[in-house]
Design a protein around this ligand. Structure first.
Ligand code: FMN
Length: 170
């Protein structure tokens, strides 16, 4: 399936300027190559819960991503939900290039995926569907396992081009 829309209706600069008002969480999508053992990773701000029964999650990936084809090849991947103090992890994984996990602490899960140390929670997922929507690929994955941590930290939040944490208002 490919999703297209009226082209030229909204200019990209306006689209970006308006979408800057929407804060997002920051999630690391990672996998380990089954044959070489090489780790791959990238950051997504589009991660979201899709369905509870069955447990499905979703995110979208730019066509230009070089990491996603490598991550998806494994079929099974992890999502680490980043905490407020993991901005360096976000920087390392959102950079172009390979071997991004070498500067980041992680452990291999029972599902053969990397769990990034210090994260708020981990998901182990299996790809169910991928389809093109405009300049992105929409990924739908089933949740094989979820692991929460007891960290007393707030999530890392991306808003208006900057990073921060969550503060409750009175
Ligand atoms: C806060 C933040 C959110 C991002 N969200 C997405 C996203 O949802 N989808 C995406 O494809 N790339 C997203 N990126 C960009 C990728 O993480 C990353 O820069 C890119 O995948 C690196 O290139 P590579 O895939 O060629 O390794 C985001 C980057 C940052 C810093």
């Amino acid at each position: 399936m490919t999703v297209t829309a009226v082209t030229g209706a909204i200019d990209p600069a306006t689209y970006r300027a308006v979408m800057r008002h929407l804060p997002t969480g920051v999630a690391a999508v990672c996998s380990i190559d089954n044959t070489t053992g090489t780790q791959h990773g990238m950051i997504v701000g589009t991660f979201a819960s899709l369905s509870m029964e069955p447990a499905l999650v979703t995110f979208s990936v730019m066509h230009s991503s070089t990491s996603w084809p490598r991550i998806s090849e494994a079929g099974t991947f992890s999502i680490s939900l980043l905490a407020e103090d993991q901005q360096q992890v976000c920087k390392a994984l959102s950079a172009k290039g390979q071997d991004k996990l070498s500067s980041v602490g992680w452990s291999e899960s029972g599902w053969g995926t990397p769990h990034l140390h210090g994260s708020l929670a981990w998901f182990d997922c299996r790809i169910e569907q991928q389809f093109t929507a405009g300049d992105h690929i929409v990924v739908i994955a089933s949740v094989l396992a979820m692991t929460p941590t007891e960290r007393a930290s707030t999530p890392l939040i991306f808003h208006g081009g900057s990073f921060g944490g969550f503060r409750e208002t009175a």
